[in-house]
Design a protein around this ligand. Structure first.
Ligand SMILES: [Fe+2]
Length: 198
């Protein structure tokens, strides 16, 4: 039996397993981006009310939990496999487990569902948008604009660890222009700036 998944439970699990505050913030940021895609998908499916809210919450949980085992198990041999094994044992929905496996391109599981794709697409971009905010004098995500993000994507020296091809591939998977994907995630993070400390 699946447990009743809630974002509150997912965030508690993320915090329980994660000592690094920046990794917690990363989970929160990715979760707001995936949640936004869940809201869009619910609308596309014609869902309203409780079913729409549940779908968006599931997307948010996938974001919250995608790296929850990373602090304890950072190697590609363990992350995200140890975390997913724990989630399965404790009854988290298989859709969430599948999305978490698919966000790791070495896992052998490829993004198939819309939620898989939303998580894959939001992961690198959320990190990149955080980096874009932190170089602003205000360090505020509110001051980040899509055009500036696109410019920084071309600047190879900026936030070098973030793979540009994952950001563009993510937009391709979602079948939307990269500008739209950036805008979607930027707005999601701006709407929750204080939660993200940005
Ligand atoms: Fe991540």
């Amino acid at each position: 039996m699946d447990l009743e998944f809630t974002a509150e439970r997912a965030e508690a699990l993320l915090r329980e397993w994660t000592a690094s505050e920046s990794l917690v913030k990363h989970g929160l940021a990715v979760a707001r981006c995936t949640e936004g895609y869940g809201v869009r998908e619910a609308a596309r499916l014609g869902l309203e009310g409780e079913p729409a809210a549940r779908l968006a919450e599931m997307y948010r949980c996938a974001g919250l939990l995608h790296d929850f085992d990373y602090d304890r198990h950072p190697t590609p041999a363990e992350h995200p496999f140890v975390g997913v094994a724990y989630l399965r044992e404790t009854g988290w929905p298989e859709e969430i487990c599948h999305a978490i496996l698919a966000h790791a391109d070495y896992s052998g599981v490829v993004p198939e569902t819309h939620m898989d794709k939303a998580l894959f697409a939001s992961d690198e971009l959320a990190g990149f948008l955080t980096a874009c905010a932190l170089v602003k004098p205000t360090k505020a995500i509110a001051d980040v604009e899509v055009a500036g993000v696109k410019k920084k994507m071309k600047d190879k020296a900026f936030a070098r660890a973030v793979k540009r091809e994952d950001m563009t591939r993510g937009a391709e998977l979602l079948e939307i222009p990269v500008e739209e994907h950036i805008g979607n995630c930027l707005r999601a993070m701006q709407d929750h700036a204080s939660e993200l400390g940005l």
